[in-house]
Write a protein of this length. Structure first.
Length: 361
């Protein structure tokens, strides 16, 4: 009996000690992950950002898609980190960002003749996401999923998804993709994913944001932003009346206007047209140039890629739980604001400076 109780206690202790990931924003965890993320940079960029001693690089993917790369790091041999590279100097990497038309958050992409990416990122049929980063997610998933399977078979259950800048945009979509694979029982439900998007741009529309926030609420995903960094403000958001929920006061506005007497009817028609037409035109142009036209350049790099049907919206919104890093006087002395140095507030160093001073209440 004593042996049984002792064995049971040992099992409980091992089980508890094995649960490493905890919900909630962990400042030290974020700082460590940023130093891991910084290793994508060259030797001068990462010179003052050494890898924390408990982290070890296990795998670096080949360059795929639109100059996309990810790395697998292990923390203390029991927490896996999927670290996604951000934008680099390669023009293809920048094209990845500019290819900013939206596509439905559920569907399929033909990445090449043999690679069909079937994806499901949200339950809401009106959810839509950034097509460029979705293409990147599709390519990266080809090596990420086998690694997750290997990790699981070796007993690893705790995994962190980390991405800075463009890597943050991709991290949003990868998180949603893996969450739905778990819901569809294509991935084990007992894998615990925690996501740190850093300087992450806006990944999709409001309906994607709602789904993502429901899936990760409770402290399992964050986007950390420097309040003076312009990257999280992208892509450009264009909201039209069709972007509202089905039940809204604008749905029957034309019928309401027709019931008014002249000259009120004329004035309301004129005002409605002046507000509605420009935003619709802007959304069409956004889709035309950053979707249809830019896809021609994408195809020059991805020879067998087939352009998808674009979603008729560009209502990009900030997504998920935010941790805002607010600069102080010391920050501006260390990182002088100059319009010619457009990334002064975006690189790892300013983020780490502010994160170290962050006081959570």
């Amino acid at each position: 009996m004593k042996f049984t109780l002792l064995a049971f206690g040992l099992i409980v202790c091992l089980t508890v000690s094995g649960q490493h990931l905890k919900p909630g924003f962990d400042k030290q965890e974020y700082i460590e992950l940023m130093k891991v993320s910084a290793q994508f940079g060259d030797s001068s960029y990462r010179a003052d950002l050494p890898v924390p001693p408990e982290y070890k690089l296990e795998y670096r993917s080949p360059i795929v898609g639109m100059a996309n790369v990810w790395e697998l790091w292990m923390k203390n041999k029991d927490i896996a980190v999927i670290s996604i590279r951000g934008t680099v100097g390669d023009p293809v990497s920048w094209m990845n960002n500019y290819y900013a038309a939206m596509v439905p958050a559920k569907g399929r992409l033909q990445l090449d003749k043999k690679m069909i990416f079937n994806y499901d990122l949200a339950d809401n049929p009106r959810a839509a996401v950034h097509v460029g980063w979705l293409v990147s997610t599709g390519f990266l998933s080809q090596t990420i999923l086998p690694k997750i399977d290997s990790l699981y078979r070796s007993g690893i259950r705790d995994m962190i998804i980390m991405g800075h800048s463009q890597g943050g945009g991709i991290a949003y979509l990868l998180t949603a993709y893996l969450d739905h694979l778990q819901k569809n029982k294509s991935l084990p439900a007992d894998i615990r994913f925690k996501t740190y998007c850093s300087a992450g741009p806006k990944p999709g529309n409001l309906y994607f944001a709602y789904d993502y926030e429901v899936a990760t609420q409770g402290g399992w995903a964050y986007n950390i932003v420097n309040a003076v960094d312009w990257v999280p403000e992208t892509p450009v958001s264009i909201q039209i009346l069709d972007d509202y929920n089905y039940v809204n006061p604008f749905k029957h506005i034309k019928g309401f206007i027709k019931k008014q007497k002249w000259p009120q009817r004329w004035a309301l028609n004129y005002g409605y047209g002046r507000m509605n037409t420009p935003s619709r035109k802007a959304a069409r142009n956004f889709r035309k140039y950053l979707g249809g036209y830019l896809s021609k350049s994408v195809k020059k790099h991805l020879k067998e890629f087939r352009s998808p049907e674009y979603y008729h919206s560009n209502d990009y919104v900030r997504t998920g739980a935010y941790i805002v890093l607010q600069p102080d006087d010391g920050y501006y002395k260390l990182f002088p604001q100059d319009e010619k140095t457009i990334f002064v507030n975006h690189f790892h160093s300013p983020y780490l400076y502010l994160a170290a001073k962050l006081e959570l209440k």
